[in-house]
Design a protein around this ligand. Structure first.
Ligand code: NAD
Ligand code: ZN
Length: 258
């Protein structure tokens, strides 16, 4: 067994005080492409042209056509994968307190995670730019682009565009959690979008072990993270869960129901 997987499983069992920070990489196996890296959206379009709030205000139809419509299509019908499921199990067993996700796809909740901080908001709801009405996305007519509220205003997803503030309650809670955790699992994020990219640094400064799970090194690797377990999120998290089973079995703990 990979020694780093074993070390991580042991740390989770011993401390029972871990938090996960997740990014687009954990949802790739669910068919949702990331922004960066091979096949990522930013290879084809400039983020500032489509993902900045000013770009949306200037030309909402263009941003809906180039970015939001496609994202919504990927999200519709996407199902959680092994990575999401393992994090939900870890929470259920008391090894993981919370998931802070940069994703807007709702797949952690769909997998059963209960304490999920949606740092960048969600695509599950749309907000009217004029009257502020918040409507569940399936109730919005997306055949007309840009989609419109009954008041005539344009809908935007309830997510954070570049150039917008992170909702203060999410920022504050994430920082509190991370300042107190013993282990931070950084899963499937390139850690290049600020202020989310500060989270591993805050954890490190507070004395937590920072474990990256990613097929590729990131700017955190060798600087902020204690180590990188190189591989896909589903496969590595599955291995960690199997290792936790083995540790529990060896300790004579009651067999887990899974
Ligand atoms: P990113 O696109 O910048 O980086 C993705 C990371 O995932 C890379 O480091 C890559 O090496 C890694 N990766 C690739 N395959 C993987 C796998 N199988 N398992 C684990 N990791 C894998 O993603 P980001 O850091 O989350 O930043 C992008 C921003 O875009 C986010 O803040 C989010 O708001 C948004 N976004 C969300 C979704 C989603 O909700 N699913 C999808 C795309 C972008
Ligand atoms: Zn309205």
């Amino acid at each position: 067994m990979n020694a780093l997987v074993r070390q991580t499983a042991e740390a989770l069992v011993q401390t029972r005080n871990a938090v996960a920070l997740t990014g687009a990489g954990i949802s790739i196996d669910s068919g949702i492409p990331p922004f960066r890296g091979p096949g990522g959206l930013w290879e084809r379009i400039d983020p500032l042209e489509v993902a900045h709030i000013e770009a949306f205000r200037r030309d909402p139809e263009k941003v809906w056509q180039l970015l939001l419509k496609g994202m919504q299509e990927f999200l519709t019908g996407a199902r959680p994968n092994a990575g999401h499921t393992v994090l939900a199990r870890l929470e259920e067993w008391g090894y993981l307190r919370s998931v802070i996700t940069q994703n807007v796809d709702g797949l952690h909740q769909a997998a059963g995670s209960r304490d999920v901080i949606e740092y960048h908001g969600t695509f599950a709801y749309q907000r009217c730019m004029d009257c502020g009405r918040r409507t569940a996305t399936p109730r919005v007519d997306l055949s007309r682009i840009p989609p419109r509220c009954d008041c005539g205003g344009i809908y935007r997803p309830d997510c954070v565009f570049f150039g917008e503030m992170i909702p203060p309650q999410h920022l504050e809670r994430s920082h509190q959690l991370v300042a107190r955790c013993d282990v931070l699992l950084v899963v499937g994020t390139s850690a290049t979008v600020y202020p989310a990219a500060m989270i591993p640094m805050l954890a490190k400064e507070s004395g937590a072990r920072v474990v990256e799970i990613n097929p590729e090194p990131t700017p955190l690797t060798g600087r902020v993270s204690d180590y990188l377990i190189q591989g896909g999120a589903g496969e590595v998290l599955d291995d960690i869960l199997a290792c936790i089973h083995a540790i529990r079995d060896a300790d004579g703990a009651a067999p887990s129901p899974y």
